[in-house]
Design a protein around this ligand. Structure first.
Ligand code: ASP
Length: 337
């Protein structure tokens, strides 16, 4: 995309003002109720967003990347989004990026940008739980807090961030935890990094576990499976034998356990060249080796599974898709016994 695609620009022209680009993608933050559709749909434009941004906040440009509910995003779509963000942060005249995004898959896009863009500049994702036609629409407050964060020097070197309710979370840790609550974005294990106050942004803690994966594409043939008590391994067999999966992420039980009947299929998958990545279905925390019974963590390590080091299942899938888009996917996962 070229400069003509910057459709709106607030000319504030103060020397020390930060230059922030808002990239709009859709989601509830861009939605309003349309009677003919029977509900809210994404129709707000970049100009609508800009109309609500205080002029003294930053030198703000808006680029419309798309206007979709995030459930409509494809793998190509999120890869192209990450490439667009990468191109924008590479420009000298851009100090930070705000991406407005549907909340349903926001954590996945934010994490994808986190691991595939090598930059010191803030990349801040935000959205809204209420549409512009709902009472108490919080999209403007979230947008302003996100711009403040993107314009803050303290938010540099933090990778991709997610700002909701004035809280600043790192993309690696944050997850959507409730389908409707305003305080849905939480970092269950480690908490937020900081907060956007009215007068300034405070980053109390910086992420220490950032990593860069130099992916040239995303491998699309990667699936996430969640385990439950007594569940058969039939879906995994199907993925390996019929779909020819390049990778499967297993949200295993507790700290990395599977029913023993799964082991032979997992081993066969690994031998067939399918990367099997282990994470936990509980939503936070690493899987670790503590038990000596069949189907526990050490069995999974012994047969060649890789471990996601505390990532949620959906983020482990994003990471595996990116890692499989490099020459050496194995290098990006813990696979020690
Ligand atoms: N359905 C919306 C989406 O695009 C939900 C939201 O943005 O809150 O993900």
């Amino acid at each position: 995309m070229k400069d003509e695609n910057f459709i709106f620009h607030l000319h504030l022209s103060s020397f020390d003002m930060k230059h922030i680009t808002i990239l709009t993608t859709g989601g509830t933050i861009a939605m309003t109720r349309v009677d003919a559709a029977g509900g809210a749909i994404p129709i707000l434009s970049g100009a609508d967003f800009l109309a609500n941004v205080p002029r003294d906040l930053a030198d703000v440009r808006v680029e419309e990347f798309g206007n979709l509910p995030s459930a409509h995003f494809t793998i190509d779509h999120i890869w192209n989004l990450s490439r667009r963000v990468a191109a924008l942060v590479a420009r000298d005249e851009v100090d930070g990026i705000v991406v407005t995004h549907g909340t349903d898959t926001l954590d996945e896009s934010a994490y994808l940008c986190d691991i595939t863009i090598d930059t010191r500049k803030p990349i801040v994702f935000t959205g809204a739980m209420r549409a512009a036609s709902d009472p108490g629409y919080e999209g403007v407050a979230n947008l302003i807090a996100a711009i403040q964060t993107a314009a803050s020097d303290d938010a540099r070197d933090c990778g991709a961030l997610v700002v909701f309710n004035d809280e600043i979370h790192c993309a690696r840790d944050v997850m959507k935890t409730h389908p409707t609550a305003l305080e849905t974005f939480l970092s269950p294990e480690w908490g937020p990094l900081g907060r956007a106050y009215a007068d300034r942004v405070v980053i109390a803690r910086k992420p220490t576990r950032r990593e860069f994966i130099p992916a040239t594409r995303l491998e699309p043939n990667v699936t996430l499976l969640k385990l439950a008590v007594g569940m058969s391994e039939g879906l995994l067999e199907y993925l390996v034998d019929t779909v020819g999966a390049r990778g499967v992420v297993l949200e295993t039980l507790g700290g990395g356990r599977v029913p023993p009947s799964w082991l032979s299929t997992i081993e066969r998958a690994v031998k067939a060249g399918t990367a099997i990545v282990i994470t936990s279905r509980v939503g936070a925390g690493r899987t670790i080796d503590r038990y000596g019974y069949a189907g526990a963590h050490r069995d999974l390590a012994r047969i060649g599974c890789w471990f996601a080091d505390g990532l949620s299942g959906q983020k482990a899938r994003i990471k595996l898709m990116a890692a499989l888009g490099t020459e050496n996917a194995r290098a990006y996962f813990d696979n020690s016994l």
